[in-house]
Write a protein that binds this ligand. Structure first.
Ligand SMILES: NC(=O)C1=CN([C@@H]2O[C@H](COP(=O)(O)OP(=O)(O)OC[C@H]3O[C@@H](n4cnc5c(N)ncnc54)[C@H](OP(=O)(O)O)[C@@H]3O)[C@@H](O)[C@H]2O)C=CC1
Ligand SMILES: N[C@@H](CCO)C(=O)O
Length: 429
């Protein structure tokens, strides 16, 4: 009879407790699917006495996750503490050095230290598996690494932070301001302890950096991401974008261009009829494009106890079945290329919202400024005047960020702008 696969779980919060519950509830199913028992030997968290709603009595307890990671009765170290450094990283490094495989949901750690940890894992002939780290319950890592392995990946994009998508869709459906929705999301416990991780786009950018590495065979390069959060998205822009047939999403896009690896995480407009445009609430969506497959759209829960634990268990089961100890990012870490970061110079259409002084020739001046910068207008709408100000929306034809920047600078000098214009990229999806 096969030996059981013995887990050591560090971190018993939302995800850790979810994993314990699945191991307990589905013991027979897990055995049937892997041919061996999957058991928990030991656990670790900060507070031993906390009621976590699940019995932990039958597991050994370690205060120190490093001690847990190196126990003789642990085959797989499951890291569910979080944080890019500190106990999570120390314990993962210790587990690998002690010859254990690692399963983690920690996107921050992988985005910042993935290359170094992958090298350590592969030198020790072990692996790190991380299905839960990107888009929670959506099986995007396995899809990229396994199901689409025969494709040259041309673009990966998606909405990968549920809290931001909740906030943006809630602003639109309830007509609330950014500040009102932020307070609501915070009150509901939807935001990370440091909300900047969510609204600043950092959490989503961690996920994009991991996907890029797998998709393009490059070292994880979080620093190379052009990053902007949702803080400056206003209810006025949400309404105006809707009027022009778009939704605003915190969209991550990664693609190889002639200038290098372009990675962006920023608020973008997408057509409201597209799958990304129709994504509501806290749900995530990842779109993968490959030369043979065309486009694949994955949609599902990006967070929460059950969905995230489900993804962690898929990695545990791979290890229980054996033979799943491939390179961490799909290619040996020593062979991953160092990418040249490319800023988004590829032409794209843009949305411009501006308030013009309501005087003769104001609109003509703006049209002239755009024309002189080589920016062509696709659609335009002027709304009823508000006192002495005329609200104007413009959708441009494809233009480069450089040409748009030139036009925006000239607008600032035009003497007809009542307020600074808002410019947002429109992503073709
Ligand atoms: N929550 C989610 O929906 C998702 C989470 N993730 C990732 O999963 C990981 C875990 O997230 P989540 O469960 O939400 O986090 P929680 O904050 O709910 O839980 C963290 C756990 O780590 C424990 N912990 C903290 N510091 C230490 C330490 N020094 N030693 C031992 N244990 C420690 C805490 O102990 P105590 O309980 O005693 O305080 C707690 O049990 C993170 O990397 C997160 O980014 C990924 C996708 C979705
Ligand atoms: N704060 C994250 C949790 C899952 O990574 C989100 O809202 O998507």
């Amino acid at each position: 009879m096969s030996q059981p696969l013995r887990l050591g779980i560090a971190g018993l919060g939302t995800v850790g407790v979810g994993v314990v519950k699945i191991v307990r509830k589905h013991a027979a199913l897990l055995h049937a699917r892997t041919g061996r028992d999957v058991v928990i030997s030991a656990v670790s968290a900060r507070s031993r006495d906390k009621d976590r709603g699940v019995s932990l009595k039958s597991y050994a307890w370690e205060d120190d996750p490093v001690a847990l990671a190196t126990r003789d009765d642990v085959d797989v170290f499951v890291e569910l503490i979080g944080g890019e450094d500190g106990p999570a990283r120390d314990a993962v490094a210790a587990a690998l050095a002690a010859g254990k495989d690692v399963v983690t949901a920690n996107k921050a750690m992988l985005a910042l230290h993935g290359q170094e940890l992958a090298l350590a894992a592969e030198a020790a002939d072990r692996t790190i598996k991380f299905e839960a780290a990107v888009a929670g319950g959506i099986p995007v890592i396995k899809t990229l690494m396994e199901a689409l392995a025969g494709n040259e990946i041309t673009r990966v994009m998606g909405v990968m932070n549920g809290s931001c998508n909740y906030m943006l869709t809630r602003m639109e459906s309830a007509g609330l301001t950014y500040d009102q929705v932020f307070a609501e999301a915070d009150g509901l416990g939807y935001l990370e302890a440091d909300p900047a991780l969510d609204v600043g786009g950092i959490d989503a950018a961690h996920k994009l950096a991991i996907l890029s590495s797998i998709a393009f065979g490059t070292k994880v390069d979080f620093a190379g991401i052009e990053l902007e959060g949702i803080e400056r998205v206003s209810i006025e822009d949400i309404h105006a974008a809707a009027d022009m047939g778009y939704k605003i999403k915190l969209l991550g896009v990664a693609q190889i261009t002639g200038r290098g690896l372009e990675q962006r995480m920023q608020p973008c407009l997408v057509p409201d009829t597209s799958p990304l445009g129709q994504l509501e609430g806290g749900t995530n969506m990842v779109v993968i494009e490959g030369d043979s497959i065309g486009q694949v759209v994955l949609r599902g829960p990006g967070a929460g106890e059950g969905p995230t634990a489900s993804a962690v268990m898929s990695d545990v089961l791979d290890l229980a079945r054996g033979g799943a100890r491939g390179p961490v990012f799909g290619q040996p870490a020593k062979d991953l290329r160092t990418s040249t970061p490319a800023t988004s110079q590829l032409p794209a259409p843009y949305y411009l919202r501006m308030s013009l002084d309501d005087k003769p020739g104001a609109l003509a001046k703006i049209a002239k400024v755009l024309g002189e910068a080589g920016v062509s207008i696709d659609r335009m709408r002027q709304y009823g005047h508000r006192e002495t100000v005329a609200p104007v929306l413009i959708v441009t034809h494809k233009t480069t960020p450089a040409a748009l920047g030139q036009a925006l600078s000239a607008m600032a000098e035009s003497g007809v702008m009542a307020t600074s214009p808002v410019a947002l990229r429109i992503e073709e999806v």
